[in-house]
Design a protein around this ligand. Structure first.
Ligand code: ATP
Ligand code: MG
Length: 447
């Protein structure tokens, strides 16, 4: 098998070989090349020891942060390439980190520490594919399989559980039976994994093309990470608007939206509060009044626990809280939502609503979609007219108000908000003099 290696990676391999060392591209890049995809980065492994690496690449710009684990990053053409000494991992103490790593001269030992057969292949032009665990065959059969005994591998490092689901969700691999069973069995080891790592893998999983089927098959694993989701599993929705239970509606909505982390995460969490909000009317129909607020509260707890960055979490919480707003065709309502959400988030809200509708029943579907389309058109129209809907766009600011004698502080903020109300309602034009006059009037009235 011939793989097209990037010229820069090839150059590094050639240099190492010229110094008498072995060198191969290895891991994810080989997997992707065999899959027929373009690798996004090229990792290189070699029998050269760290101190030898430093010598060989003395003339290059390098970064040696990882050198004690055997990794030297070598800059070629402005891009860093990680060159790593063949390694075997020592005993794993905490389901994540080996207590020690040691270096070896044996490529197959290095490949044997890797997580999945598809990730345990190396390649160079002279020797072709080095594939002691049958990764290429597994790729041909579309199978994700642990290298070695699955239970042991997940015990060593539980993050592999989520890595495995990510590879399945992104590339469409079927998880081999024993590997799958071990993933289910060992899911609670994920409790020992740092929240940031879990969050990163989770984003990768939900953005995968095959996310919905992986999340369905491994929902118990997801619940080990987000226990709140378990309440939605098989929770019925007896209403004309739905044809799936809450969990399956969530899955359909996840796959109905663009694979952007914030949007996919919103869909994953948007209805998580439904079971807690559920009531039954005299006809036996379910209602979920206020579920969006409960969902947003739960989402906040979950995202905080996962140490999600603030901006990400703010987006998800806003979209969750507003996902169920029914646009009624009035400009006033669109202005209000624009004011609360701002330009970027309101556009995302339309995407969220369309995905939500796509995952509901056919009942009133066309009408629901038409309402979203109309609200979107109105929004774009308002935005193109540069209409005022936020404090930022108001023709006066706090300093202007102070210049007409309104003292800084809470009152000033309240006056600004009243001015924004007056402008969005069309009572006052968004002009400096008119606004200052109005500001004085409001201030005097409240005094
Ligand atoms: P990606 O497309 O996400 O970069 P990748 O397979 O390249 O996928 P990396 O995290 O870049 O993943 O790791 C590079 C290689 O290192 C993997 O292909 C695998 O061989 C090995 N590896 C990474 N993480 C682990 C792990 N937790 N356990 C065992 N091997 C691992
Ligand atoms: Mg990689």
């Amino acid at each position: 098998m011939k793989i097209q290696i990037s010229p820069e990676a090839n150059r590094i391999i050639r240099i190492l070989q010229a110094h008498g060392f072995e060198a191969y591209v290895v891991g994810g890049c080989v997997r992707n090349a065999v899959l027929g995809l373009t690798p996004h980065d090229w990792d290189i492994c070699t029998n050269a020891r760290p101190e030898q690496l430093r010598e060989v690449f003395g003339g290059f710009e390098t970064c040696d942060f990882g050198l004690k684990h055997g990794t030297l990053a070598v800059m070629v053409g402005g891009t860093p390439f990680e060159v790593t000494t063949y390694r075997v991992d020592g005993v794993y103490a905490d389901n994540r980190h080996p207590e020690s790593v040691s270096f070896t001269d044996d490529l197959s030992l290095d490949l044997s520490r890797r997580d999945f057969t598809v990730n345990a292949m190396a390649y160079n032009d002279e020797e072709g594919l080095k594939d002691p665990f049958g990764g290429a065959e597994d790729i041909r059969s579309n199978i994700l399989r642990c290298v070695g005994v699955p239970d042991n591998r997940f015990n060593e490092d539980a993050l592999r559980i989520l890595r495995g689901l990510r590879f399945a969700a992104v590339y469409g691999f079927t998880v081999e039976k024993e590997t799958a069973e071990a993933i289910h069995r060992n899911r609670f080891l994920l409790n020992n994994i740092a929240a940031e790592r879990i969050f990163t893998e989770l984003k990768g999983i939900i953005c995968g093309k095959y996310a919905a089927s992986v999340l369905e098959d491994f929902r118990d694993v997801l619940a080990a990470v987000i226990p709140e989701l378990e309440e939605t599993f098989d929770f019925p929705q007896r209403t004309k608007h739905h044809q799936y239970d809450v969990w399956r509606h969530i899955l359909r909505s996840v796959e109905a939206i663009e694979p952007l982390p914030e949007l996919r995460m919103t869909m994953l969490l948007h209805d998580i509060g439904k079971p807690r909000a559920c009531t039954v009317d005299e006809n036996g129909c379910n209602h979920f009044k206020g579920h969006q607020k409960i969902s947003a509260e739960l989402a906040q707890k979950i995202l905080r626990r996962l140490r999600c960055p603030n901006a990400f979490s703010r987006t998800v919480l806003l979209l969750t809280e507003w996902h169920d707003i029914r646009f009624d065709g009035s400009e006033k309502q669109v202005k209000l939502v624009l004011r609360e959400l701002g330009e970027t988030h309101i556009r995302q809200l339309f995407a969220v609503q369309r995905a939500d509708i796509a995952a509901q029943s056919c009942y009133l579907r066309d009408e629901k979609l038409a309402a979203v389309d109309r609200a979107e058109r109105m929004t774009e129209e308002l935005l193109s007219q540069n209409q005022c809907f936020s404090l930022k766009q108001l023709a006066v600011n706090g300093r202007d108000l102070q210049s007409v004698g309104i003292p800084a502080g809470k009152e000033l903020g309240a006056v600004l908000n009243c001015l924004l109300d007056a402008v969005t309602d069309g009572r006052t034009p968004n002009e400096k003099n008119a606004l200052l006059e109005e500001a004085r009037r409001i201030f005097d009235k409240n005094k």
